[in-house]
Write a new protein. Structure first.
Length: 167
């Protein structure tokens, strides 16, 4: 019986598919699913479930998180930040459904101890519209394509013909 390759890199797309540019992470994971990624790369649609993100990281050497941001810069602006610079150690107030990925990083470091990833990178794409039912705006969609290409290059995969044409 064949076993899947061990996960060396976990790519987690966070966000809500139903809220416009907040869908950055899940859309990116779907784009990467159509790319030629090496064995050992696992894709996870983390949605809005921060607790699930924390547990998915157990024992994985490298984690890449992708999400939308809203910090007031030009829509489509991409930030690549080491995870330890974005970790939030504040526990969620009252409701674990509001457990965000930045809190998941802090929680996972505490919970997983030696099984916490040695390398965590967060890609953030500045959103423009977070309205319910909206799709990605053009600037954010183009930025997601660029981030997908960068992640494929980073993990040693090859862009799909469609992905190469979008770059």
């Amino acid at each position: 019986m064949l076993s899947p390759a061990a996960t060396e890199t976990l790519v987690v797309g966070c966000g809500n598919l139903l809220r416009g540019d907040d869908a950055v992470g899940p859309v990116l994971v779907r784009l990467l699913a159509d790319r030629d990624l090496p064995d050992g790369v696992r894709l996870v649609d983390g949605g809005t479930a921060g607790m699930d993100v924390a547990f998915a990281m157990r024992g994985v050497p490298r984690v890449i998180l992708v999400d939308a941001s809203s910090v007031g810069v030009e829509p489509g602006t991409v930030h690549r930040v080491p995870g330890d610079q974005l970790m939030d150690l504040t526990p969620p107030e009252g409701n674990l459904h509001r457990f965000r990925w930045d809190q998941a990083l802090g929680f996972a470091q505490w919970l997983l101890k030696d099984e916490y990833p040695a390398d965590v990178t967060v890609w953030l794409v500045e959103g423009e519209s977070f309205e319910i039912g909206a799709t990605l705006t053009d600037a954010v969609s183009a930025a997601v394509d660029r981030v997908a290409d960068a992640i494929v290059a980073d993990v040693g995969g090859a862009a799909s013909p469609e992905g190469a044409a979008r770059a």
